[in-house]
Ligand binder design. Sequence first.
Ligand code: SF4
Length: 292
Amino acid sequence: MSNLQVSLVELIRRTSAEIPEDVHKAILHSLEQEKKGSLASNAMAIIDQNIALARRKSQPLCQDTGSILFYVHTPVGYDQIQFADTAREAVKEATKKGFLRQNSVDSLTGRNDGTNVGIGAPAFHFHQHRGSELEARLVLKGGGCENVGAQYSLPNEDLHANRDLDGCRKVILDAVLQAQGKGCGPGILGVCIGGDRATGYELSKTQFLRRLEDRNPVPELDALEQDILMTSNELGIGPMGFGGKTTLLGVKIMAANRVPASFFVSISYMCWAYRRQGVRLNATGEISDWLY
Ligand code: SF4
């Protein structure tokens, strides 16, 4: 096995079994906030036990492997085809070792060949950069939470949402309401204002690459993120929809250019099993740094 494949298997193992530190911190904080003995507090305690068990046993945090999404920044001239081939082999190997549950099926036949590899799976998002090192980030995006993602086209008459930030706020809060009791909350929202239907969703997922504690450098978006987080947590939906103070752990919003005729707000919902990791690799494919 090449150095690169060994590194990618380890990236997959750690992404699948170990919740990132920033997410764990947010979960522990919300556990403290919930009333002792409440359903919400018990749900958060079970989530915390699950996190500890998965880490100890190097086993998947959740039985749903989710969509396997690679975000890769490569030096100019790097062989991306070779990377993708190696990453597919790494996914097969990680699946064989039990780091990923066999969870990818042919959409027409429903057949599961047990490898987690197929058309469009895993998915790759390549970008070139001027640096000399390769950065590979991985997100495992659960299916239950993917089902409650939503895309709104503004204006939306039913919600009285116009083509402005207040309109965006209304539809984002509507998505939180629609997701209640589904999607394995507490959730994290990744939102893109603008773009087209495809890029809007794609860019909304890049927001999951941000750390939970970071702040948006765009003041209007930062204010909207804080507002949605606070307002959602006052709705009383709570973990798994059991009631309580923790409906969301974080909200991350970006804006992309759009054409004047369209105004989409694309919302991706991440469940508590927020599996995201990243590595910096040296020229020989060994891990030089963990990114989270
Ligand atoms: S939505 Fe998340 S926590 Fe729920 S089953 Fe899927 S991966 Fe697991």
